[in-house]
Ligand binder design. Structure first.
Ligand code: BTN
Length: 222
């Protein structure tokens, strides 16, 4: 097994601690006092859920694609629950957010932070409906599965490139061919989600028939 795993009871954020550690380390905490979400949001982190950060080497210009590598790994680890992926890497259970992934860049390394609502779903300060596995999976088993998949998908990405990751992502994807809206910093776009591009962009067909490549934004399935 590739990972050097360090366990903590309480941390401010596993991502924050992981930023101080070398590649191939995994930081796990039972709870977090300052869990970080995307766009500077708070990730509620009560005891019982999974909080894990893996330190991987910098993939330079291919680093943004790690969002999809991590999304596929988490979705594959949760496959028995019939989860789906919402672009770029939210994990949905029955259309509600079950897990989130936050990538952060350190010096010569990337942190892949994964939070899974194994026991309970946060209810406060959330922009979207949330779900949990309600304890239907043991935390150590789930952790082992996530780490096994993360190692497998990272190896695949390293040896075969993005295409096999893209194919798996599409298999798990929610909303392809369906209407969705994307909230960008300055505007909101609504269209049909046509495909995942070769660079990980969401290809959105607008009402005038043109296709816009979205590189970042909050997606809402309609
Ligand atoms: C999101 O907003 O969807 C991303 C949430 C990522 C949360 C995880 S929990 C483990 C790791 N440590 C953090 O502080 N955040 C990530």
């Amino acid at each position: 097994m590739k990972w050097n795993i360090v366990h903590f009871d309480t941390l401010e954020s596993t991502n924050k601690t992981a930023l101080t550690l070398p590649p191939d380390t995994v930081v796990i905490a039972s709870c977090q006092t300052g869990g970080r979400g995307r766009y500077g949001r708070v990730w509620e982190s009560p005891r019982g859920n999974l909080y894990l950060s893996a330190v991987v080497r910098d993939f330079h210009e291919r680093t943004p694609l790690l969002a999809f590598v991590a999304g596929v790994a988490a979705a594959a680890a949760l496959e028995e629950f019939s989860v789906a992926l919402k672009w770029p890497n939210d994990i949905l259970l029955d259309g509600k957010k079950l897990a989130g992934i936050l990538l952060e860049r350190g010096e010569g390394k990337i942190i892949i932070g994964i939070g899974i609502n194994a026991a309970c779903a946060p209810t406060q300060r959330v922009l979207y409906p949330t779900a949990s596995l309600a304890g239907k999976c043991s935390l150590p088993e789930l952790t082992a599965r996530v780490l096994e998949q993360l190692e497998k998908q990272l190896d695949l990405f390293q040896t075969k490139g993005f295409e096999p990751i893209r194919k798996q992502w599409v298999r798990f994807a929610a909303g392809i061919g369906q209407p969705l809206s994307v909230k960008l910093p300055d505007k909101q776009l609504t269209g049909i989600f046509r495909a995942l591009g070769q660079t990980g962009a969401l290809l959105l067909e607008l009402p005038d028939g043109s296709v816009q490549e979205i590189a970042a934004g909050d997606v809402f399935l309609l």
